[in-house]
Structure formats: structure tokens, C-alpha cells
Write a protein that binds this ligand. Structure first.
Ligand code: AMP
Length: 466
């Protein structure tokens, strides 16, 4: 299977090579742990979790690495506001991040690397950049990277050096910098700020250097895949390229760069700093982790996704539709005593082929889900005519494809009370006591469940799928 991915660096879809015998080295920028994870940054983590699981399913060995920014201005500011230590802030929010990722079924990461566990590697990189004259010291401020020493600065985000100078987003302050776009590699600590010893004085790492120090340690100076959301192209990823290529002289630093689109609220990027966010905990009060995954993957990873309660509801209904179909297939494959002849072999083969092809084309998950829903709507009218084997094979094929994207198929629990009402209703129906059976159907509906009369008895499912 040939996988093509859109590479931000070249602006083209490129073949992803399978480094047979070795692991594909994949790095994704992790969170700055100073606040609750929200559904915006979780979109990015769910996309890459699904992507890695998919690659592993089709035979790639992947080493998936993520950093944790556990020292940063934002962490220090929050600690000062709350009159607590930066260590307490970063530990608290790292724990919450880990719990939330578990809640969302995000577990494909092989290793989480904290910035503060890599100070020696960071200092090494800063030292090399000073020696190579890519970096300079500003007394009482820090060590800065001089962007004019790296002529390719801007090649990822396609900015000229001048545009890089004009950029304002998360560029370090500093009145004495040689160029406006120069960024900090090492920041000298002010009084009462966290600090580490360095040859240039007490200080702490800049934001960009932790990533290259970490990837250099685990992967070496060049690796296969790097991911993050689109806001990180500039200055963060551009700075990573400048640092690592200036240190090693090898390019490209990363073969393929993948960038996810934003999750937005009323068209605005959801972000901690803007305050327009919904936490993962808030989302999970209304919807399940599977609904979140479906909502995220029903949109192409590079396109923006505007969140609303309605979008959540729609995806809840779509997930119920998939699980209802699978529950019926399970029922047929276990219970059906009738030997029926309808098989979906031909449809199933083409469904599987098309689903697989869509994912191989720049991880086109919305197309894959379009194919799955078309298959379900074509197969649904014939479902009760399926043979036991056909039902079993169909359910297996769909479950396999869902699993490859990290879904867990869990059937909703039908409360005992509803099951009891449904059996009573079934008895009335068999005795042709339709008034009584209709009144029980209404009662079941009022409690949020639907009843379908099938050749295998009544089938009860939560309402909202249709
Ligand atoms: P942060 O939590 O801001 O440190 O970001 C962690 C990761 O999530 C980075 O890859 C960000 O680019 C990404 N991210 C942050 N906000 C959003 C958003 N609204 N939509 C998608 N990805 C985001």
C-alpha cells in the first residue's frame, strides 16, 4: 500500500517511505502544560493518534514521540498569579493532560519527553550554535538565534526574511536583538524565576530549542515526520529547522511536515490565551470519546473545523447509526436460525478497497467515512436477509477499519427497565394485542429508546440515530 501525504515543506503530496526493518520516526509538538486541555488542541492529538494507529495497522513500525513544554513564560505567569510554584502548575496540568488523553483514547505515543529533563541536550545545541556563529548573547537578556545567518529561514511557511521580521506571533521580545525576528535559545532568569546553570549564566530554555534537542537525542539530526497544528509553522517550526540544520549542516531536517487545521468556535481559533475554549472534561459531559473521534475524523485533518453543540449532536447520531448497524449484525451472526442466502461479499470488497484507498491519499478520513455511511445505507434494507456468515464478515470488516483509526466499538447499554418493557410489548404483539403493544412502544420512546420489530424479535436502540 502506497501512502501519500501532503508535505507543507514542498507543497505537494509525497510518497511516505516505509523504512523497512526500522521505525518511522514521528514527532508531534506536545502541550505547554499551564491550563486545561481543550477540544482544539485535542483535535490535533486525536488526528495524529488515529494516523499512527492506521500506519501501524497497515504494517509500519512507528516510533511516536511527543515533547511536553513544562517550563515557559505562561507556566511562570500562572504560578505567580496563583502564588504557587511553576513545578506545581506544570505537574497539575500534565496530570490532567494525561488523564484527558486517556479519556479520549489517545494512547499511540511511545514516549513523552519533558523539556526540563533535557537541559544538557539543550545547552549542547546552544553551545554549538554560538560556536558556529548562528547565535549571540545579549547581556541580561539571553542567547538569540540570528536569522540572517540562515538564508533559508522562511522556507516552510514561505515567508521572506522581511516578513519574518514583521511577524508578531510568539516572537520573543528584546530591544537589543540584531533583527526583529531573532528568537531566544536561552533566556537569562530574572530574580525568583526558575533557572538552570549554563556556561553563560543562570537561565532557562527558549521555546523552540527543546524540540530539536529532544528529537536530536531520540532520532538524530534528520527524521521522517513532524506534526503540529497550522499555527506552529511560523515561527516555531521555522525556528526548529533553522536550529537543527545550522547545527548539523544536513537538510532536510524533517522529510515530511504535517499540519492540522484549527478547531474553531464561531470561526475563531479555539485557544487558551483567547479564552474561547471548551475543555475536554466539558465536552465529555455531553458526548463520548468515540463521538469526538468521529467528529474530528469526519473532517479532513488539514481543513478548519468549526465546533458547535449541533455538530456534536450530529456526530452522536452518526455514531449511533454505525453501532446500531453493527449490533444488528452481531445479533444476526449469533442468533439467526434461518439459513438465508444474501451475502454482501462483492459490496464488502469494494467498500474495503475504497476505504483503504481514501486513507492512503493524504489520510482522507472524511472520504472514508462517506464510503462507510454509503455502505451502511445500501446494506441496511437487506440486513435481515443476510446469512449468519455474511453478517459476521461484514461486522468484522467494519470493526477492523474502525479499529485501525482508534475507535472502540462499545454498544450503548439498554437499561433493564427498557428491556423489560420491550419483552412485555413483544408478548402483546405476538398475541395481536396491538393497543397494549403500541402504548408500551410509546412509553419506551418517551424514555429515549426506539423499538424495531425484526425477524429476530424486537430490537431496541437509543433514539437519535435517525
Ligand atoms: P498548546 O496547547 O497551545 O501548547 O498546543 C498544543 C498543540 O495543539 C499544538 O500542536 C497546537 O498547534 C495545537 N492546537 C492548539 N490550538 C488548536 C486548535 N484550536 N485547533 C487545532 N489544534 C490546536
Amino acid at each position: 500500500m502506497k501512502i501519500y501525504l501532503y508535505n507543507t515543506l514542498t507543497g505537494k503530496k509525497e510518497l511516505l517511505l516505509n523504512p523497512k526493518g526500522k521505525s518511522l520516526r514521528f514527532f508531534v509538538c506536545g502541550p505547554t502544560v499551564y491550563d486545561y486541555p481543550h477540544i482544539g488542541n485535542s483535535r490535533t492529538y486525536v488526528v495524529f493518534d488515529a494516523f499512527v494507529k492506521y500506519l501501524r495497522t497497515i504494517g509500519y513500525s512507528v516510533f511516536y514521540l511527543q515533547n511536553i513544554t513544562d517550563i515557559d513564560d505562561k507556566i511562570i505567569n500562572r504560578a505567580n498569579t496563583e502564588r504557587t510554584s511553576w513545578i506545581k502548575i506544570s505537574k497539575t496540568f500534565l496530570d490532567i493532560y494525561r488523564r484527558n488523553m486517556k479519556d479520549l483514547g489517545v494512547d499511540a505515543v511511545d514516549s513523552y519527553a519533558k523539556a526540563t529533563d533535557h537541559i544538557p541536550q539543550i545547552l549542547n545545541q546552544v553551545r554549538t550554535l554560538i560556536e558556529n556563529q548562528h547565535a549571540y548573547e545579549i547581556p541580561n537578556e539571553g542567547i538569540y538565534f540570528d536569522i540572517t545567518t540562515f538564508p533559508n529561514y522562511g522556507k516552510l511557511s514561505r515567508r521572506t526574511a522581511l516578513q519574518a521580521e514583521d511577524a508578531v506571533s510568539r516572537i520573543d521580545d528584546g530591544v537589543n536583538k540584531r533583527n526583529k525576528g531573532d528568537f531566544a535559545l536561552w533566556k537569562f532568569s530574572k530574580a525568583n524565576e526558575p533557572s538552570w546553570q549554563s556556561p553563560w549564566g543562570l537561565g532557562r530554555p527558549g521555546w523552540h530549542i527543546e524540540d530539536t534537542a529532544i528529537t536530536d537525542k531520540y532520532f538524530g539530526p534528520q527524521y521522517d515526520l513532524h506534526g503540529g497544528a497550522t499555527d506552529l509553522k511560523f515561527p516555531h517550526h521555522e525556528a526548529e529547522i533553522a536550529q537543527q540544520e545550522s547545527i548539523s549542516g544536513k537538510e532536510p531536517f524533517v522529510k515530511i511536515w504535517m499540519h492540522t487545521g484549527f478547531l474553531t468556535l464561531n470561526g475563531q481559533k479555539m485557544s487558551k490565551s483567547a479564552g474561547n475554549y471548551m475543555t475536554v472534561d466539558q465536552f465529555l459531559k455531553s458526548f463520548s470519546a468515540q463521538v469526538f473521534r468521529l467528529m474530528v475524523l469526519s473532517n479532513h485533518y488539514r481543513s478548519p473545523l468549526d465546533y458547535s453543540q449541533r455538530l456534536g449532536q450530529e456526530n452522536k447520531a452518526r455514531w449511533l447509526l454505525i453501532t446500531e448497524f453493527l449490533a444488528k449484525l452481531d445479533l444476526i451472526s449469533k442468533k439467526s436460525a434461518i439459513r438465508r442466502s444474501v451475502s454482501l461479499e462483492k459490496y464488502l470488497k469494494s467498500f474495503d478497497a475504497e476505504f483503504t484507498l481514501s486513507l492512503a491519499d493524504d489520510f482522507n478520513t472524511p472520504k472514508a467515512f462517506g464510503i462507510l455511511f454509503k455502505f451502511i445505507s445500501d446494506a441496511n434494507p437487506k440486513i435481515w436477509d443476510l446469512s449468519k456468515t455474511a453478517a459476521y464478515k461484514t461486522a468484522n470488516e467494519i470493526k477492523k477499519n474502525l479499529k485501525s483509526l482508534g475507535f472502540k466499538v462499545i454498544f450503548p447499554e439498554i437499561p433493564k427497565k427498557i428491556q423489560k418493557l420491550s419483552s412485555e410489548r413483544e408478548k402483546f404483539r405476538r398475541n395481536q394485542q396491538f393497543m397494549q403493544s403500541d402504548s408500551l412502544r410509546k412509553k419506551i420512546n418517551d424514555l429515549g429508546f426506539g423499538v424495531e420489530d425484526t425477524p429476530l424479535g424486537s430490537f431496541v436502540w437509543p433514539l437519535g440515530a435517525h
